[in-house]
Design a binder for this molecule. Structure first.
Ligand SMILES: Cc1cc2nc3c(=O)[nH]c(=O)nc-3n(C[C@H](O)[C@H](O)[C@H](O)COP(=O)(O)OP(=O)(O)OC[C@H]3O[C@@H](n4cnc5c(N)ncnc54)[C@H](O)[C@@H]3O)c2cc1C
Length: 404
């Protein structure tokens, strides 16, 4: 087991500086435009791909070649410091990649993860489709069905997925579907829907409060037929797992939950980047803005707010880094990933709201970025498990009881 160490190694410091450079030079100047356009920022993602900041190789490097677990969260904090909407456009394919890696056989990972990214000359994105219009937190309520056609060795998918990042514009859609409705969330499996498959279409595209450069839409599956090899993990493993569950033996954790749990410290790092952006901006502003003949920071009312913001950000980073390290060592004890994600969402929402307060009327306008950061921060209390779902996970972990 690697020791938990708060000093970043040389590679991580280089990574941090490199990502920060892209965030400052490319993402920050583009942020307002893509937020207003509310469209996927293809040219910016292309620029990221050209320097190797978007692609399966960097994801593999961050996810697999780092025994400390810290590289991913360090990189994400910088990206989301640059801009959360574009940051999410860069990271959305990672949800699909993580879904494939969580349930797929090695050959499936090799085949499909690169197709979630393409390359700079032929950019692609991936989508992870779990949530449904009537079931977000309640994963046991999914209705999208997967039926096996043995004669053709094909799976037939039917249903509607909601809130899907990159939904309908993705090259590869990873779809969580119900193979045995009797088994609730233990009767799910994940499927690849390859590019150009008939029957998959985009439903409504959502108009959102924040992260507006990230594309979020419904995905409609109407008699979508995929070959048997598109079942992640393969049929043999699925049949064994379902048989174990039917015998009352504990099955593996549900496919969707596995993916979400593994990504929680990373989602916290996204929120942390937004919080830091807002804190730094409002600190500078408070030193420059004069009222009653002195900089507003000379009033304790403002300075103490900034002191609290800085403290919350430091505390949150400590939790995220430790959770990322624990996740890598497979050593979670009390749902520390959920704790870090929940704390980070709350802190980002609070810090960005305080930043608006410090900027006064200017903070409330779209001339200044803090209102956008506040809108962008809020999603971190909602996706990848709401604040209340994190509380549920944590309270079950600390009590050992099935809290409802
Ligand atoms: C911008 C965006 C991008 C997203 N991207 C994806 C994606 O790529 N793939 C994907 O699959 N999903 C995605 N989601 C969906 C997201 O994960 C869900 O919105 C989230 O899980 C909440 O589900 P819901 O919206 O149905 O809310 P609900 O589950 O209906 O919850 C509504 C409220 O009830 C509370 N609640 C629910 N159950 C309980 C309980 N047991 N105890 C206490 N409180 C409870 C919730 O905390 C919340 O406050 C995205 C969502 C958004 C907004």
């Amino acid at each position: 087991m690697t020791d938990f160490n708060l000093s970043l190694n040389e590679d991580q410091l280089t990574l941090q500086k490199w990502v920060h450079g892209f965030a400052e030079d490319v993402m920050r100047p583009a942020a307002e435009e893509w937020d207003e356009r509310e469209e996927f920022p293809w040219p910016v993602v292309e620029q990221a791909a050209e320097i190797g900041l978007y692609g399966w190789e960097i994801m593999a490097e961050l996810m697999m070649n780092d025994p400390t677990g810290l590289s991913m969260v360090v990189a994400l904090e910088e990206l989301f410091w640059g801009d959360a909407g574009i940051g999410m456009a860069l990271m959305g394919s990672g949800l699909a990649a993580a879904g494939i890696a969580a349930s797929g056989l090695p050959e499936q990972v090799m085949e499909w993860v690169p197709q979630c990214y393409g390359d700079a000359s032929d950019l692609k994105v991936g989508a992870f489709c779990a949530s449904e219009p009537d079931a977000g937190s309640d994963v046991g309520g999914y209705r999208t069905s997967a039926r096996y056609d043995e004669a053709k060795d094909e799976w037939i998918l039917n249903g509607t997925k909601a809130w899907i990042t990159n939904g309908g514009i993705a090259n590869v859609h990873v779809v969580v579907a119900v193979v045995d409705p009797e088994l609730g969330s233990k009767g799910h499996a994940s499927f690849i829907v390859p590019p150009g498959t008939e029957g998959l279409s985009m439903g409504q595209k959502y108009k959102k409060h924040g992260i507006r450069a990230s594309h979020t839409a419904e995905v409609v599956l109407d008699d979508v037929r995929v070959p048997g090899r598109c079942l992640l993990g393969g049929k043999e493993k699925l049949d064994e797992r379902l048989a174990r569950v039917r015998r009352g033996e504990s099955g593996n954790a549900q496919a969707a939950m596995q993916t979400f749990e593994a990504t929680r410290p990373a989602v916290g790092a996204q929120a942390l980047g937004i919080a830091r952006a807002a804190y730094e901006y409002s600190l500078d502003y408070a030193k420059e803005r004069h009222a009653f003949g002195k900089p507003i920071i000379m009033n304790q009312g403002i300075a103490f707010m900034l002191a609290d913001m800085a403290t919350e950000i430091e505390a949150t980073r400590g939790m995220i880094w430790r959770a990322a390290w624990l996740g890598k060592q497979r050593a979670f004890k009390n749902a520390e990933g959920s704790m870090a994600k929940m704390k980070a969402g709350r802190v980002a929402t609070w810090v960005t709201e305080r930043a608006i307060q410090i900027l006064g009327g200017y903070g409330y306008t779209r001339e200044y970025p803090v209102e956008r950061w506040h809108r962008d921060a809020k999603i971190h209390d909602i996706f990848e498990g709401t604040e209340q779902i994190q509380q549920l996970v944590i309270s079950r972990a600390i009590s050992g009881l099935r809290i409802e």
